[in-house]
Design a protein around this ligand. Structure first.
Ligand SMILES: Nc1ncnc2c1ncn2[C@@H]1O[C@H](COP(=O)(O)OP(=O)(O)OP(=O)(O)O)[C@@H](O)[C@H]1O
Length: 710
C-alpha cells in the first residue's frame, strides 16, 4: 500500500487538501511552541510529542517515539510492517504534525508574537516552510531559492528524520528528495538530537555521510549541503574519483561535518586513513537502489560498516525507484522500526506524471537525421539530453550533432565538469550522455529527453525520462526504437505503467512549423540597422528571381533555421527519402504474400525490390510499406491498372497487426526482420534481453558490469 497515492501533476494540491482536512479535525491538539525559527523548545516539545498520537483516517499513526521504541500501528499497517520488520508507514495524513501546531500557535499569537514578516502568505499553505521546525536562517536561505513550501516527500519525512528515525523515502523524479534529507539533517545537527553529541573543532570527523552513484550527482548534492549547511555553520566536502586527493585530504584533515561522495573514492580515503567514519550520525544512500546494486553494494556495505555504533546512527534511503529486492537488502542497514514514506507505492505509474512519454520507430541509421528535427519540434527552445547505451555512440552522435557535447565515463573528470557546467549555464543546449547523467541530475529548463534505444531496465527509463518535468514543470521524453524490436516498448510500458503515445517522425510540415517560427522570431528581432546594408542585395534577388517575395522569404527562413533541403521520412523507420504507402484491396489482406502479389500485378520487379518493412494493418484491410521517395509516383500511378486496389501516401501510421502496445508483446518479431530494413543493421542489441540483473530482480546490473559502457 502506498502511504499516499499521488499521481497527477497536482500532487501538492492533493496533499494540501488532505492536510487541510486534518487541520480542522485536529485543531484542538496541544500546541508545540516553536518560536521564530529557534529550536529552544525542542526538548520540551519532544516530551509532549511522547504523547502525541495522530488518528489517521485510514490508519493510526503513532509518531510518538524516538529510536528503538515500539510503534502502534493499525491492523492494516501492521500487516505491511510485519513483512519488513516493525516498520512504520508514514501517511499523508500524518504530515505536518508540527505544522498543525504552528497554525494553532499563530492564532494565539496574533496580538504581537513575532512571526517573521513575509511568512504570513506562506503560512496559508499547510506545508509552508514556516510550519516546520526549520530555523530562521534556513528558512531565509530557502526563501532566497524561491522555496516557501515543502514538497510532499519533504513534508512527509521531515519530522521523522528530525526526531531520529531511520527512513526509506520514495517519490517520483524531480520531487525534491534531496532537500527531504538535507533539511532535517541540518536541523538535527544544529538544533536537534545531535546538537550536543556531534564532534566540533579542528580535525573533527564527519557527522554525515552521503553516498551517491555518480560524480556529477555527488557534486550536485554537495552543492546543496554547501548552501544550506554553510548557512548554519556546517562544512561539507565532496569526495569522488578522477579528482586530486590532496585538496580532499586537506579538507578532511581540517575537519568536516558532512561528507558527500562516491563509494570508490570514499573507500580509498578510508584505506589511506584519511577518513574516519566512526562518529557518523547520519548515513544516506541517495539513489538507494543503484547504491545497493551489484556494482556498489560491497563497497557500500564496507563503508557503512565503519561507524562505531550502528544503534546510534540514522540511516536514510531515497530513490524514485525501489524494487522489491532493495527492500530486502536494505534491511541489513536499517533499524527494524524504520519509517517508510512512499509516494509511488503500488500505483501503476512509476515514471514522472508531468512528462509526456512518446515513442517513435527509428532505425539506428536514421537517428542522426531525425534527432535535429525532433529537437526542433519538441524542445521548445530549452535544453535536450540524449541518452545512448554506450560511450562510443554518445561520442559518435555528439560528433554529428552540431552544438552538442558528449558526457560519459571515458571523458576525464575535469572535462566532464566543464561540459556539465556548460550545459547548465546554457552555453550549449544538447547533451549526449550515457547513464552517467541518468540519475539525480537536476538541470534547469531541460525540456526534452531523447533515448536512442529502449534501456535495458525500467528503472533506467524512469530516471532518464525524469531529467525533465521536474519540480512541477512539464517536459517531453521520446524513446526511439528499432521497428523490429517494438516488443521492448510493450515491456517498458507494462513495467513503468506509462501509456506511451506513439508518434510519427517529424515531417516537413512539422519541421517548418517549429523551425520556421523560431527563425521568424529571430528575424523579427534583428535590428533595423541591417536593412540599408542588405537592401540592394534583397532588391536584386527579388528582381532577378522568378519566385515571389513570399517564396523568397520562405527560403530565407529555411536558411535561417538551418535547412537547405527537406526530405521526406518513412513513418515506419524514420529513414529519410523513404515514403510510407498504404495498399488497400477492397477486401481483407491476410498475408504479406497476398499484398506482394497485388503489387506484382501492377509494378515491375525492380520497383517491388525497393519495398521495405511491409506490415499488415490491424483492421486486416490494408498493408503499409516503405518505398524510395523517387518511386512514390510510380506506385501511386500504378493503381490505375489495379482492379479495386488503391495505393496512397500515408500522413500518419494506422495501428498495425501485433503492434498494439497495450496488449503487450509483439508477436511478429520477424516482420521487419530478414534484412528488410537493411539500414537497421546491428539494432540495439536489446532483443528480449532482460537484464536478469543482480539479485535476479531486474535491477539493471551495476557499476562493475556497466561501468565500461557508461
Ligand atoms: N519545496 C520545494 N519548492 C520548490 N522547489 C523545490 C522544493 N524542493 C526541491 N525543489 C527543487 O526541485 C528540484 C528537484 O529536486 P531534487 O533534485 O531533490 O529531486 P529528486 O526527487 O531528488 O529527483 P531525482 O529522483 O531525479 O533525483 C530541484 O531543482 C530543487 O531545487
Amino acid at each position: 500500500m502506498p502511504s499516499l497515492l499521488l499521481s497527477s501533476p497536482s500532487e501538492l494540491d492533493e496533499l494540501k487538501k488532505l492536510t487541510q482536512k486534518k487541520s480542522k479535525k485536529e485543531e484542538s491538539m496541544a500546541a508545540e511552541l516553536y518560536q521564530n525559527g529557534s529550536l529552544e523548545d525542542e526538548k520540551k516539545s519532544k516530551k509532549k510529542k511522547k504523547h502525541k498520537n495522530l488518528d489517521a483516517e485510514d490508519g493510526e499513526i503513532d509518531d510518538s517515539d524516538g529510536e528503538g521504541s515500539e510503534k502502534k500501528i493499525s491492523k492494516k499497517k501492521r500487516k505491511a510492517s510485519d513483512e519488513e520488520g516493525s516498520n512504520t508507514i508514514i501517511d499523508a495524513a500524518a504530515v505536518n504534525g508540527t505544522a498543525l501546531k504552528k497554525l494553532k500557535l499563530k492564532k494565539k499569537d496574533e496580538d504581537g508574537e513575532v512571526i517573521a514578516r513575509g511568512e504570513d502568505e506562506g503560512a496559508a499553505s499547510p506545508n509552508a516552510v514556516s510550519k516546520f521546525r526549520i530555523s530562521k536562517v534556513l528558512r531565509e536561505k530557502l526563501k532566497l531559492k524561491g522555496i516557501e513550501s515543502l514538497f510532499p516527500i519533504q513534508a512527509m519525512t521531515f519530522d521523522s528524520v528530525l526526531d531520529g528515525s531511520d527512513l526509506v523515502g520514495r517519490a517520483r523524479t524531480g520531487q525534491g528528495k534531496t532537500l527531504a534529507f538535507v533539511l532535517p539533517i541540518l536541523e538535527s545537527l544544529t538544533n536537534g538530537k545531535y546538537k550536543a553529541a556531534r564532534k566540533t573543532g579542528y580535525g573533527r570527523p564527519p557527522s554525515v555521510l552521503v553516498l551517491l552513484p555518480t560524480r556529477e550527482l555527488a557534486n550536485q548534492v554537495y552543492a546543496d549541503f554547501e548552501v544550506y549547511g554553510g548557512a548554519v555553520g556546517l562544512s561539507a566536502c565532496c569526495l569522488y574519483g578522477g579528482s586530486p586527493y590532496r585538496a580532499q585530504e586537506l579538507a578532511l584533515k581540517r575537519g568536516i561535518d558532512i561528507v558527500v561522495g562516491t563509494p570508490g573514492r570514499i573507500k580509498d580515503h578510508i584505506e589511506r586513513g584519511t577518513l574516519d567514519l566512526k562518529f557518523v550520525k547520519f548515513r544516506i544512500l541517495d539513489e538507494a537502489d543503484e547504491m545497493l546494486n551489484m556494482g556498489f553494494v560491497d563497497d557500500v556495505e564496507l563503508i557503512l560498516g565503519k561507524v562505531e555504533d550502528v544503534s546510534k546512527v540514522q540511516t536514510l534511503l531515497f530513490s524514485a525507484t525501489l524494487p522489491d529486492w532493495v527492500k530486502k537488502i536494505s534491511a541489513r542497514f536499517l533499524k527494524r522500526d524504520k519509517k517508510t514514506a512512499d509516494l509511488v507505492g503500488n500505483e501503476k505509474l512509476k515514471a514522472s506524471a508531468s512528462v509526456r512519454h512518446l515513442v517513435l520507430p527509428c532505425t539506428r541509421q536514421a537517428r542522426v537525421q531525425l534527432i535535429p528535427d525532433i529537437i526542433h519540434c519538441y524542445s521548445r527552445g530549452g535544453r535536450t539530453i540524449i541518452f545512448t547505451e554506450t560511450k562510443e555512440s554518445a561520442s559518435e552522435l555528439a560528433g554529428s550533432l552540431p552544438g552538442s557535447r558528449a558526457l560519459h565515463g571515458d571523458i576525464v573528470q575535469a572535462q566532464r565538469e566543464v561540459i556539465l557546467a556548460g550545459f547548465r549555464s546554457g552555453r550549449f543546449l544538447v547533451l549526449v550522455a550515457t547513464n552517467v547523467a541518468a540519475r539525480g541530475l537536476d538541470i534547469q529548463d531541460v525540456q526534452l529527453i531523447i533515448q536512442c534505444e529502449p534501456p535495458r531496465d525500467v528503472e533506467a527509463y524512469i530516471h532518464r525520462s525524469g531529467r525533465t518535468g521536474r519540480a512541477g514543470n512539464t517536459g517531453v521524453a521520446i524513446l526511439l526504437y528499432e521497428p523490429r524490436y517494438s516488443y521492448s516498448i510493450s515491456r517498458l510500458e507494462r513495467e513503468s505503467g506509462v501509456k506511451f503515445e506513439h508518434i510519427s517522425p517529424p515531417q516537413p510540415a512539422d519541421v517548418a512549423e517549429s523551425a520556421g517560427s523560431d527563425a521568424a522570431k529571430a528575424i523579427s528581432n534583428i535590428s533595423d540597422s541591417v536593412i540599408p546594408v542588405f537592401q540592394s542585395q534583397a532588391e536584386q534577388l527579388l528582381s532577378s528571381s522568378s519566385l515571389s517575395a513570399v517564396d523568397l522569404l520562405a527560403k530565407a527562413l529555411a536558411k535561417a533555421a538551418g535547412y537547405t533541403d527537406i526530405k521526406q521520412r518513412s513513418l515506419l523507420s524514420s529513414i529519410e527519402n523513404y515514403v510510407t504507402l498504404l495498399l488497400q484491396a477492397g477486401k481483407t489482406i491476410d498475408s504479406p504474400a497476398f499484398a506482394f502479389s497485388i503489387l506484382r500485378r501492377v509494378l515491375p520487379n525492380e520497383k517491388i525490390g525497393g519495398v521495405k518493412g511491409l506490415s499488415l494493418t490491424a483492421d486486416g484491410m490494408g498493408a503499409v510499406f516503405d518505398v524510395p521517395a523517387d518511386d512514390v509516383n510510380a506506385f501511386v500511378e500504378s493503381q490505375e491498372n489495379a482492379n479495386m486496389a488503391t495505393i496512397e501516401v500515408l500522413k500518419s501510421l494506422p495501428p498495425l497487426q501485433g503492434n498494439d502496445q497495450s496488449r503487450g508483446g509483439d508477436t511478429r518479431r520477424g516482420r521487419f526482420g530478414g534484412g528488410r530494413f537493411s539500414g537497421g543493421r546491428g539494432g540495439n542489441g536489446n532483443s528480449g534481453r532482460r537484464n536478469g540483473g543482480l539479485h535476479g530482480k531486474g535491477n539493471g546490473g551495476g557499476r562493475n558490469r556497466f561501468n565500461k559502457r557508461w
